[in-house]
Design a protein around this ligand. Structure first.
Ligand code: MEV
Length: 412
């Protein structure tokens, strides 16, 4: 039986049978209580309840020679199916090849004024400032991280102090912000200047992931179109995105569909990632995050993107579902998680582009959406599958049609 044909419990049992989760994790999933009241109340303010989102798995990811089942949390139908679908075509040809850079998070301290004297004082105390920042986070030093750079610059009429920190497996926001707030008073005293602000930068320029995937033409063909034609059309559409901001925005949104879903499932800060990713491609006019070209008779996709995440600390540690997601993927460090996230983005991109240049996305999208329309119309249990089937036959994907079909079904 295919995973998409299984019931919820069968999928959980399948993960146990495959040794992907243990019985305790399976019981936790089956209980469907992702968060305790106490934890929910302590994570954010004025809590009323727990917001639910579907949590599923994308399959067939082969990344740097290791197989992954990837947990994703998302409300949009077809994103998990598209990720699995793209990954399967890529797996058939060796899987994803991904490299990651060191995990450097930057932070800025801004002084209210600037002068060559201020800059000289800062330069003279550079080593002391680095030491103070490092000493405030001894545990980071023990894990092999710490300050990697400290630079000073006149920016307009203020002074910018830019701190680079290797945060190892942590996303780094709290580490960098508390380092900055530790050294800010010292810097203020040293320079006789007021601090305008001390805050991390969500630039992910030193947290880059490069993913590559190759697909054989034969794995792209549809009933109506040869694989080579599909590949050529994917390349043309990608090239169009390079010249059309309107298109590159949507091209990138399709990539973020997959990326955000893994970020949510792993308790990562998707707002930080969105800011990092889009800003990286907005330096010289907005550009697509990925490129597709034909090389050696194959379709080759590449994606280079800042992936600003962590695999330890903060909400990732606190949220039981995030911990479960890391266990499902058997993640050993943040760079491995970055590699998975980059691969998911490229897989979703491939599926979206293939659908767009062949049948269009609505056929697949709406047939998956039919289930949620059935639920919105009030269908329960077996009625959901039946109404979804009838909606697919009618090809009329509206709430009115779903309600009409449900009323008829209940009269039978
Ligand atoms: C829909 O959520 C995502 C797509 O629009 C992406 C794309 O157009 O490449 C299908």
């Amino acid at each position: 039986m295919k995973i998409y044909e299984m019931s919820n419990q069968q999928r959980i049992d399948y993960l146990v049978a495959q040794d992907i989760i243990d019985q305790e994790q399976a019981d936790f999933l089956a209980k469907k209580q992702p968060l305790s009241e106490d934890l929910a109340n302590s994570l954010s303010e004025n809590q009323l309840g727990i917001f639910g989102l579907p949590y599923g798995i994308a399959t067939d990811f082969l990344i740097n020679g290791k197989e992954y089942v990837v947990p994703m949390s998302i409300e949009e139908p077809s994103v998990i199916a598209a990720a699995s679908n793209g990954a399967k075509r890529i797996k058939a040809n060796g899987g994803f090849h991904v490299t990651t850079s060191q995990h450097i998070m930057y932070g800025q301290i801004v002084l209210e004024e600037t002068s060559s004297e201020i800059l000289q004082k800062l330069e003279a105390s550079q080593a002391d400032i680095i030491d103070a920042a490092d000493q405030s986070r001894q545990s980071l030093l023990k894990r092999g991280g710490g300050v990697t750079s400290l630079t000073f610059e006149k920016v307009g009429d203020v002074t910018e102090i830019l701190l680079g920190v290797n945060t190892v497996d942590a996303m780094g926001a709290n580490i960098v912000n508390s380092m900055l707030e530790t050294i800010a008073p010292q810097i203020s005293t040293l320079t006789g200047q007021n601090v305008l602000c001390a805050i991390l930068s969500n630039s992910g320029k030193s947290q880059l992931v490069q993913a590559e995937a190759r697909v054989k033409f034969a794995d792209l063909q549809t009933k109506q179109m040869s694989g080579q034609e599909v590949a050529e059309r994917i390349v043309r559409l990608t090239n169009f995105a390079k010249h059309s901001v309107m298109r590159s925005i949507t091209h990138n949104k399709g990539i973020m569909n997959g990326i955000d879903a893994v970020l949510l499932a792993t308790g990562n800060d998707f707002r930080a990632e969105e800011a990092a990713a889009h800003s990286f491609y907005a330096q010289d006019g907005y550009q697509p995050f990925s490129n597709w070209q034909i090389k050696d008779g194959q379709l080759v996709g590449t994606l280079e993107l800042p992936i600003e995440i962590g695999s330890v600390g903060g909400a990732i540690k606190a949220l039981p579902m995030a911990q479960l997601s890391l266990a499902i993927m058997n993640i050993n460090n943040s760079q491995e998680l970055q590699a998975v996230i980059g691969s998911v983005g490229l897989a979703n991109n491939l599926s979206a582009l293939r659908a767009l240049v062949t049948t269009g996305i609505q056929a697949g999208h709406m047939s998956l959406q039919s289930k949620s329309l059935a639920v919105s119309a009030g269908a329960k249990g077996d009625e959901i599958t039946e109404i979804s089937k009838q909606l697919n036959q009618s090809k009329e994907y509206t709430l009115e049609k779903a309600s009409e079909l449900l009323e008829k079904l209940r009269k039978q």
